[in-house]
Ligand binder design. Structure first.
Ligand code: C2E
Ligand code: CA
Ligand code: CA
Length: 427
């Protein structure tokens, strides 16, 4: 994230980059270009002043950065517009990135004491060698214009035939609502390993949407839509049952390590659903699982919402013997006093801190502090997003209990996990 908006690359830098890619070797398709326009940004600038406007722009740049990869170039295009070049990316991935950006702007933010929701309109075009950088920018801009005239808060794609295809947030919502009955969701499982000996400790279940003609859609694109429409409740029940069904099938056919468990993510909306406890107890019993074999992951932010109901739910789950894990620890605003009262068994250090573990002293201090805090509270600690052997060794030296990340294994289909971890067939 740049320290200031003025540090973002400019449009001419992006165009120069496209020019040099055109003259280099490689495939004809160079990538995708996106234009992100803030809907009704003048409300902020004129209503709340330019300082608030600048703060919102910084926030917007942050949201866009979070929805793109490190090697994508995010530039400032105009007063309320950003230009993004994603090299080596095809049209389909371009659409996924655009959907992710639209999704990132669904939340309202508090600015100068006002709560406001500024959505975005996104235009996408694929870039190839035969077009000039200026043509590419013009195409992306005209697609953005189409997204605006279609009602904003959506993306539109300039396709090879020259026509523009709109993609609605509402389309996403509608497609999502029939996805369950059409059996379009799948779970992937990511290993959680013991740092001491590298053995398999448990797995975290993560949902993906196998959307026809779109490929496998990651959860950060559709979970926010599901949360907003209320569909998350149905989806959550499916995820829980599917994760427990898989665990029970592994237990029947394979020799799983002692203490092996499956961890399932819960959205804030699910935690304040008064029927959640009964649903979970019912699912555990139906699949013949012991409660200790299920862990539920909740973010700090989820645990702040609707205090009384949350406390009742979390206490009831713990009383039923189900383990609770606090996800993305360090990124929310939980007070340490609250942590003392939570019956959680585990803290998960957010991957943004792990990323800087071996290069940034402050990240290293933070990770060490979270591990110490977990242990002082009688909890175990999982480090997320472990990508390098150096990070793994550092975590071992800090006494962290468990690790999760690409170094140990990506989220993968059940069959791939069986192969990688050689879950032996029970004799
Ligand atoms: P999360 O639970 O914090 O998951 C971590 C995300 O980081 C996952 O993305 C995972 O694939 C990714 N990741 C894992 N290891 C590494 C690594 O070493 N490096 C990097 N860069 N990334 C890594 P994913 O699967 O796309 O999930 C994103 C988020 O979507 C999850 O964050 C979770 O909050 C949510 N989610 C996923 N599945 C479900 C679900 O079934 N229900 C609910 N409510 N939310 C879910
Ligand atoms: Ca998680
Ligand atoms: Ca996490």
């Amino acid at each position: 994230m740049p320290a200031a908006l003025t540090e973002l690359p400019t449009r001419s830098q992006v165009m120069a980059r496209m020019d040099s890619a055109r003259s280099g070797d490689g495939p004809n398709d160079l990538g995708v270009l996106l234009v992100v326009n803030l809907d009704r940004f003048s409300l902020v600038n004129e209503g709340l002043g330019h300082d608030a406007g600048d703060r919102f722009l910084l926030y917007a740049a942050q949201q866009i950065n979070g929805a793109t990869r490190d090697n994508d170039i995010v530039a400032r295009l105009g007063a309320d517009e950003f230009l993004i070049l994603c090299e080596g990316v095809g049209a389909r991935s371009g659409r996924i990135i655009a959907e992710r950006i639209v999704t990132a702007f669904q939340k309202s933010v508090t600015l100068g004491g006002h709560e406001l929701r500024i959505t975005v309109s996104v235009g996408i075009t694929t870039v190839n060698r035969d077009m000039t950088p200026l043509d590419a920018v013009r195409q992306a801009l005209s697609a953005t214009q189409r997204a605006k005239t279609n009602g904003r808060n959506q993306a539109a794609h300039f396709d090879s035939t020259g026509s523009i295809q709109a993609m609605h947030w509402h389309d996403l919502e509608r497609a999502l609502s029939v996805a369950l009955e059409r059996d379009q969701f799948v779970l992937h499982f990511q290993p959680i390993s013991c740092i001491r000996d590298g053995s398999l400790h448990g797995v975290e279940a993560r949902v993906r949407w196998n959307r026809p003609d779109h490929g496998l859609i990651p959860p950060d694109v559709f979970i926010p839509v599901a949360e907003e429409s209320g569909f998350i409740h149905e989806l959550g029940v499916w995820v829980l049952n599917e994760a427990l069904r898989q665990l029970s099938s592994w237990k029947a056919s394979r020799s799983v390590p002692p203490g092996f468990y499956v961890s399932v993510n819960l959205s804030p909306a699910q935690i304040t659903d008064s029927s959640l406890v009964a649903t979970i107890k019912g699912a555990v019993a139906a699949h013949g699982i012991t409660p200790a074999e299920l862990t539920l992951e909740m973010t700090e932010t989820a645990l702040i919402a609707d205090e009384a109901l949350m406390v009742a739910t979390v206490d009831a789950l713990a009383a039923a013997g189900i383990s609770l894990s606090i996800d993305d620890f360090g990124t929310g605003y939980s007070s340490l006093a609250r942590l003392r009262h939570l019956p959680a068994k585990q803290l998960k250090v957010d991957r943004s801190f792990v990323a800087g573990l071996t290069t940034d002293k402050r990240d290293a201090a933070l990770v060490a502090a979270v591990i110490g805090l977990a242990h002082e509270f009688g909890m175990t600690c999982v480090a997320e997003g472990v990508e390098t052997a150096e990070q793994f060794d550092h975590l071992r030296r800090l006494g962290c209990d468990f690790a999760q990340g690409y170094l140990l294994g990506r989220p993968m289909p059940a069959a791939a996990l069986e192969e990688t971890w050689d879950l032996a067939t029970a004799s």
